[in-house]
Design a protein around this ligand. Structure first.
Ligand SMILES: Nc1ncnc2c1ncn2[C@@H]1O[C@H](COP(=O)(O)OP(=O)(O)OP(=O)(O)O)[C@@H](O)[C@H]1O
Ligand SMILES: [Mg+2]
Length: 154
């Protein structure tokens, strides 16, 4: 599924749309956020976390690696692997301990093994002054969600 995001507000609205399409039981879901520096990954993550009901700030997890958000239905883990040099370091991150929550991962290419466990992959690219978003389902339930989104879209 492809979407043209003309400005930051469009990225925020797109995140809200995806949040509405996600099931209530989000535990164990993983969404990978790809795209070069400044493509809008954190903008998208922040909007999704706010759509999920968080009202405070959403600081960048670049240095902490993980920022958890305890929300009514689930815990969202906002993860940024930019500073991860190799996959081994993920052990220190305690990745396994994030199993019960919803993982939102910036720079997932730092940990190629993540692909197997992921449900959705959002790729943001520069497109003039705006961005283009490409959403792909990686798991069965992820593909079903993308199909459902395509239907509501048309
Ligand atoms: N659709 C859009 N069109 C134009 N600008 C956008 C769009 N979405 C987000 N931006 C802007 O792009 C800039 C960078 O956004 P953001 O920090 O979210 O990127 P990022 O991918 O997380 O970057 P990094 O890789 O450095 O963490 C921000 O100024 C944001 O307002
Ligand atoms: Mg970022």
């Amino acid at each position: 599924m492809r979407a043209a995001l003309a400005d930051e507000a469009a990225t925020i609205e797109f995140a809200r749309q995806i949040w509405r399409a996600l099931p209530e039981a989000l535990d164990g879901w993983t969404l990978l956020l790809r795209g070069e520096l400044g493509a809008g990954k954190s903008t998208f993550a922040r909007a999704l976390i706010h759509a999920a009901g968080h009202t405070g700030a959403v600081p960048s997890p670049t240095y902490t690696l993980v920022e958890p958000y305890e929300l009514s239905g689930t815990t969202i883990y906002h993860v940024d692997l930019y500073r991860i040099a190799d996959e081994e370091e993920l052990r220190y991150l305690g990745w396994k301990e994030l199993d019960h929550g919803f993982r939102l991962v910036e720079w997932p290419e730092r940990a190629p093994g993540l692909m197997q466990a992921a449900d959705l992959e959002l790729t943001l690219s520069y497109d003039g002054d705006g961005r283009t978003a490409e959403l792909a389902g990686l798991s069965e339930r992820g593909r079903a969600l993308v199909r459902a989104l395509c239907k509501t879209d048309s």
